[in-house]
Design a protein around this ligand. Sequence first.
Ligand code: ADP
Ligand code: TRP
Length: 339
Amino acid sequence: MFEGKTILTGVKPTGTPHLGNYLGAIRPAIQLGKQALATGGKHFMFIADYHAINAEKDPVVLREKLREIACIYLAGGLDPTKSVFYRQSDIPEIPEITTILYAYTPKGLMNKSHAYKAQVDKNRESGKPDDDGINMGLYTYPTLMAADILAYDTDIVPVGKDQVQHVEIARDIAGAINAHYHRELLKQPEYYVDEHVAVVPGVDGRKMSKSYGNVIPLFEDDKTIKKAIFSIKTDSRPMEEPKNPDEILVYEIYKAIATPQQLQEMGDGLRQGKLGYGHIKNMLLDAVINEIKDAREKYNYYMAHFNEVEDMLAQGAEKARPYAKKTLERLKNAVFGNE
Ligand code: ADP
Ligand code: TRP
């Protein structure tokens, strides 16, 4: 379904990515990009740093998060000579496009946005006024995201379920503009949610998330990763007692990373009372380390040579801008009647 298509992936540089992000978002995005590229399509991959400033105001932290996320994508196998790899804030056409989109974005659509509504709900729960801590960047978040997508005539936006609504909003805005001018000024994108990518549980059994503090870290040293894995919740049943693997958290996390054969092995061992919690934690640890070891080396290299990454991002912006410029021109011509 990605043959010859333009795929666009955006990622916010907030929080140090964990194993859940890597398996659930980063690795699949790189793979989809490769699939599109292999069949004559395009892959745009960018770091949404304008989106990040809504929540993060410390430039030192922002810079560090940007470094981390850029290096993680490169470590995960993104090829910046094939994918267009850039930083949102290096493309000045994006905020210009956003301004035009605002004129076609009903306020009611922003009221319904999950990102904003989640904050209102939080405020209500803690007895604060609805708008407490909400800035216009958060409120209009989906319009900037629409510009990110529409600027490149994107066909498909691979996202996690939480971002589906935002892609739909981009579709709606593009549809409204096209309808108004009676032609396809903007390509209406589709979202793609990979149903095979499971939500990875964290060490306490809830969804692995930085906000729950239950993560397995990604590119830390073996000892730190081991500590997280050995903190995964288990019970006090003895090894010999046959267990249903589906009730065991270590097994649930293993599902996200193991081969079918490895999974079978752990499942059988648990069902037959031949594997204890220490064993299965070590199996998970081996699988995690095996999965990340090459990437971790690359990650450390790029973190130590970030000037190389800066050059890649600058070159990426040069490749991305002509597309955004063309879209902006097309929009301005239509809006201001310059045709
Ligand atoms: P967090 O929950 O840690 O704050 P984000 O909300 O920043 O993570 O998610 C970034 C990306 O990683 C999203 O595309 C999201 O769908 C994906 N992701 C986050 N947590 C998981 C998880 N536990 N399993 C699979 N994918 C995840
Ligand atoms: N909102 C996305 C997230 O929080 C990041 C993002 C910004 C994005 N612009 C985008 C994703 C455009 C896809 C397309 O993860």
